[in-house]
Design a protein around this ligand. Structure first.
Ligand code: G3D
Length: 192
């Protein structure tokens, strides 16, 4: 049973929630998503283009779009197309890859400044992954290097994770769940 099964069951979501799972290649997105995948998930669409891979799968009410943001700037306009429909973001960082922390920060900054993201209160869950690796940076250090404290207009949260063992994922999912519920309630109140 995937960690998100609870979310689907509990919310009884009327509308589909689109979760974008982003990060550099090798950060652990696929491993994490495989742990989160609801058991009835259907892989809807895998497009293995040279240099660009996007995976999209969905259940009755949750849809995940997963892609690498690294080394493929020329495909940027393809993946940016998905920003508009994203209602929550999971951003995965390899805490042991100190050399590419600066690249991860650049990609995060570009994401935060994108017109389809910039002015929206979209929740962002950061997974500081591979915490089991010796010399991996702590989530506090990752947070500092990515300057997360500067994000003032969006709810965000960071968790240290070991995706291989599944450690830390539940805490993040619980937080994201609360955020999605809150934003659904706000939207319903605005419509009422
Ligand atoms: P990606 O989808 O972001 O490209 P993957 O990343 O999920 O394919 O993971 C890349 C590699 O990192 C994989 O190893 C995977 O097993 C490993 N990995 C993912 N999460 C963790 C973690 O928390 N700790 C450790 N130690 N390794 C992790 P391989 O060897 O298959 O390339």
């Amino acid at each position: 049973m995937g960690l998100f099964d609870k979310l689907v069951g509990w919310l009884g979501l009327k509308k589909e929630v689109n979760v974008l799972c982003l990060g550099l290649d090798n950060s652990g997105k696929t491993t994490i998503i495989n742990k989160l995948k609801p058991s009835n998930a259907q892989v809807q669409d895998i497009v293995p283009t040279i240099g660009f891979n996007i995976e999209k799968f969905k259940t009755s009410s949750l849809s995940f779009t997963v892609f690498d943001m690294s080394g493929q700037g020329r495909y940027r306009n393809l993946w940016e197309h998905y920003y508009k429909e994203g209602q929550a973001i999971i951003f995965v960082i390899d805490s042991a890859d100190k050399l590419r922390m600066v690249v991860a920060k650049e990609e995060l900054d570009t994401l935060l400044n994108h017109p389809d993201i910039k002015h929206r209160r979209i929740p962002i869950l950061f997974f500081a992954n591979k915490m089991d690796v010796r010399d991996a940076l702590s989530s506090v250090k990752v947070s500092q290097l990515l300057c997360l404290d500067y994000i003032k207009d969006k709810p965000w949260h960071i968790c240290a994770t070991d995706a291989l063992k599944g450690e830390g994922l539940q805490e993040g999912v619980d937080w994201l769940q609360d955020q999605i519920i809150q934003s659904n309630q706000t939207n319903e109140n605005m419509r009422a």
